[in-house]
Design a protein around this ligand. Structure first.
Ligand SMILES: [Zn+2]
Length: 403
């Protein structure tokens, strides 16, 4: 449970202190529900969810909640069965877990984030349940916020990297302890590629490649990126490597771009995947044996390292061999569909449409829409994107928002 439910009363005139009219507050059928939570939190960590929820207990501090839809709870309970072990690892690294409960709530697919670190009850998108170890990595991230972000937090959004950079570092320390160094290296490698992409995205507005930014008059959603996460992680990782050597703090926190002493991870699997991706450029695709034990993260890393666009025939050949368009893992599927769109391989546009209407996670929607509308001579794709967007808005419970 999040906050504790302590009572239900009839509303009393005046008690809402001007938040709305008494006629509304005390209207017919209204009741006042009272909740109490011992630990103080800042307003951005306040959230509530309403629904017909079921739950499974997976540890002494953890229940998993979701709408009582068959299959979802079982899959979630399986995916997150290692949560207590992660909490213990976190305590070993960062000190006692101060929030008493660490419950998880799996939301409907339209939830716009992968996870949100609401204290005592983390919110998760259902796409996080993939049947492999990567779902646990999102939980590791949200769990890490129990120390960095939730116990101590940034004063304003200009310092957002203090929350996310340190948490991404803490997440990977947990992943390293629970899943091993190679897994953590893949996770770092995927992050590195995203960071390099964000540098390209902000090349005309380098302010947002800084850790400490000036967001005066800027909508934080418009400049949301992996920079606070991945450059922030790189900064902490740099300190871990060589705390005794000189580190130019000003370059790291106030400078633009990627500092010269940031680095890609060194790992055999990572290097092998990147080199296989480079071979694609000269027309070689990995064979069945080479990908036999690849999970979602290996594929994600491979696809991220391919050229931005290739021949449509190469996209078809890649999919014929490895069935990437049919992957249940959205990280892989979306990376493949991005490649298909950029390569103007229209065979996959119906799959693109289905995905855009099915999920609400911004991490999937943004790159797909961007791939559709970016570049010249793509009138057909732009019309397609507009149609799908307006139809998807009608489907989504979150459609009354600004965007
Ligand atoms: Zn975070």
């Amino acid at each position: 449970m999040g906050a504790k439910h302590v009572g239900r009363q009839d509303p009393v005139p005046g008690e809402c202190r001007g938040a709305c009219d008494d006629s509304l507050w005390c209207g017919e059928g209204r009741v006042v529900e009272e909740f109490v939570m011992e630990q103080p939190i800042p307003p951005y960590l306040f959230a509530f969810a309403v629904g017909e929820l079921g739950f499974r207990e997976v540890g002494p501090r953890t229940k998993i909640y979701s709408e009582a839809v068959p299959g979802v709870l079982d899959a979630a309970a399986k995916e997150f069965s290692g949560t207590e072990e992660m909490i213990k690892v976190g305590e070993g690294l960062f000190g006692p877990y101060e929030w008493e409960r660490f419950d998880l709530l799996v939301l409907p697919p339209s939830f716009p984030y992968g996870g949100m670190e609401n204290p005592r009850m983390v919110f998760l998108a259902p796409t996080v349940i993939k049947g492999d170890l990567t779902g646990a990595q999102v939980v590791a991230h949200e769990l890490a916020h129990s120390w960095t972000g939730n116990l101590i937090t940034n004063k304003t959004n200009d310092h957002f990297w203090l929350n996310e950079g340190i948490t991404t570092y803490a997440e990977r320390r947990i992943v390293e302890a629970v899943q091993g160094k190679e897994r953590a290296a893949l996770n770092i490698g995927i992050g590195w590629k995203l960071l390099v992409e964000d540098m390209e995205r902000f090349k005309d507005n380098m302010e947002f490649t800084k850790l400490k930014t000036n967001q005066q008059g800027v909508d934080p959603d418009d400049v949301y990126s992996r920079v606070p996460y991945e450059k922030g992680f790189q900064f902490l990782w740099r300190i871990e490597r060589q705390a005794k050597n000189h580190i130019d703090l000003k370059v790291w926190t106030e400078g633009t771009g990627i500092p010269p002493d940031a680095m890609e991870p060194a790992s055999d699997i990572y290097a092998e995947i990147v080199s296989l991706a480079n071979e694609f450029k000269v027309g070689r695709m990995p064979n069945e044996d080479e990908v036999a034990d690849w999970g979602g993260q290996e594929w994600e890393l491979y696809l991220e390292n391919l050229p931005k666009s290739v021949e449509a025939s190469q996209v078809l050949a890649l999919d014929a061999r490895h069935r990437l368009s049919e992957k249940k893992d959205y990280e892989v599927k979306v990376a493949f569909l991005q490649l298909a769109i950029a390569s103007r391989c229209s065979n996959y546009y119906s799959e693109v449409e289905k995905t855009l209407k099915e999920v609400g996670r911004m991490q999937y929607l943004r790159p797909l829409y961007k791939a559709l509308v970016q570049g010249t001579g793509k009138e057909e794709e732009k019309t397609f994107a507009k149609r799908v967007f307006s139809e998807a808005c009608l489907l989504s419970p979150y459609s009354s928002g600004r965007r």
